[in-house]
Design a protein around this ligand. Structure first.
Ligand SMILES: [Zn+2]
Length: 445
């Protein structure tokens, strides 16, 4: 099986991936808090880690990919109040919208998508166990994790504990034993709440993911992934709870994607430069958005600017045009063959297997497009060769989740295409242009 190398944020090294169970990968990616439509930055982990999943599958792994829905949160309570709908109504509507975006961006079906509201009993049990084992404590109906109970807090995000402490002291909460202790459960007066032995309240975000990982995939998983903004405190806090309770790591590989930049600045709500994934897909098309989200190496910042959108558009058009031209020739010759150009496909897999190096993988695609275009320009073309390169490009694009939905031409379409050629040869440009318009509309050329 092809070796896949990944940069592990915990070791700060590129490591060879070795699965826990042979030929199987368990992956967990922190999902959205469903209070609003996701912004385009949140679509990056969705697309990047789906591509990694597709790569694992392409080289022969069975992948169990789980991503959650945080459907209990202050943001949901506040927004549902301002919209005058129930929290459940709001979160369900946002989950539907998210599912639509996943479909539009061609994100493959996930193994499980658990919700916090459906995992509550297990979350309360988990917090109970942390209290019983002395790793957490109750103060006035709230529960906090006792970070002093373990020595290696901070080792995932490589943070200095003293620096963190002085930062945390600014917003010190006198209820805590240590300013870095974080909340596992908080008593609540407003919004939906659950009964526990400590109070009526809600769980903290950091416990939810650990419990859903354990429930759907087990105590230890292969890969835990998410945006680099989740590395601290979220992933650090997830890891330390698992370590406290199971005495072992939560994941063998921690992967974090870089943020989107918008004219040089990180994209976030506070900067007011927000575009939702939904708006981006409607405006630019799903293929362009997916292509753009994969165009930078996933650990680097990704510019989401007029220029990068324009570049992605012209690259996508270049690929689509070549594939359509090849498709017309193959359809007219009724040629169908499954063979691929193994050499370019293997080069492509090698690039992706090297810590998901999509920019280099794109170069392989363009080199293969170049070869295909040379064949297409040759009057004595070989349909076998055209088919071979077309198949390999389609196979590469499939791993990237790019689908042009190119279909073979039916008889009427073939006739129409031939008529266009006839009119062009006869220099009847008026008729030729009319047919050309129709061929473009049908997506043939
Ligand atoms: Zn999480």
């Amino acid at each position: 099986m092809k070796v896949i190398k990944l940069y592990n944020s915990k070791s700060l090294k590129i490591e060879e991936f070795v699965p826990i169970k042979e030929k199987e990968v368990t992956m967990y990616v922190c999902g959205p808090t469903v209070y609003d439509h996701i912004h385009i930055g949140n679509a990056r982990p969705l697309v990047v880690f789906d591509t990694l999943k597709r790569l694992f599958m392409a080289v022969g792994y069975d992948v169990k990919y789980v991503s959650n829905y945080t459907d209990v949160d202050d943001k949901i309570i506040n927004r549902s109040k301002s919209l005058n709908v129930s929290e459940k109504e709001l979160s369900e509507e946002m989950i539907k919208a998210y599912e639509k975006i996943k479909l539009a961006l061609n994100v493959s079906k996930m193994h499980k998508t658990p919700k916090v509201t459906e995992t509550m009993d297990d979350i309360i049990k988990f917090i109970d166990e942390l209290i019983l084992s002395g790793n957490a404590y109750v103060v006035d109906g709230d529960v906090y994790f006792r970070i002093n109970s373990l020595s290696d807090y901070g080792s995932l995000s490589h943070q200095n504990l003293e620096d963190l402490k002085s930062g945390a002291r600014v917003e010190e909460n006198s209820k805590k034993e240590n300013p870095l202790d974080f909340v596992l459960w908080k008593e609540t007066k407003t919004g939906v709440k659950w009964e526990s032995s400590y109070s009526f309240g809600r769980p903290g975000w950091h416990s939810e993911c650990v419990v859903m990982i354990k429930k759907e995939l087990g105590n230890l998983i292969d890969i835990h992934a998410g945006g680099s903004d989740l590395r601290f405190p979220h992933h650090e806090n997830e890891r330390i709870q698992a370590k406290a309770l199971y005495g072992s790591e939560l994941a063998n590989y921690w992967l974090h994607n870089g943020m989107l930049t918008f004219g040089g600045e990180k994209m976030s709500k506070s900067l007011g430069n927000l575009i939702s994934a939904k708006e981006a897909v409607e405006k630019f098309g799903a293929n362009l958005v997916r292509w753009l989200l994969l165009s930078s190496h996933y650990r680097d910042a990704l510019p989401f600017t007029d220029e990068s959108i324009k570049n992605a558009g012209s690259e996508i058009l270049k690929i689509e045009t070549a594939l359509k031209q090849a498709n017309v020739i193959l359809s007219l010759n009724s040629f169908k063959d499954e063979k691929i150009d193994e050499e370019s496909y293997d080069l492509f897999l090698n690039q992706l297997s090297n810590d998901i190096n999509t920019p280099n993988a794109y170069t392989v695609i363009f080199d293969t497009i170049k070869k295909l275009n040379i064949l297409l320009r040759n009057k004595e073309y070989s349909v076998f060769e055209i088919s071979k390169y077309q198949n390999s490009i389609l196979k590469m694009l499939d791993i990237l989740g790019i689908d042009f939905k190119i279909k073979n031409l039916d008889n009427d379409e073939k006739q129409l295409y031939l008529k266009w050629q006839e009119f062009k040869q006869a220099k009847n440009f008026k008729e030729a242009d009319l047919i050309r318009e129709s061929l473009i509309q049908k997506g043939i050329i």
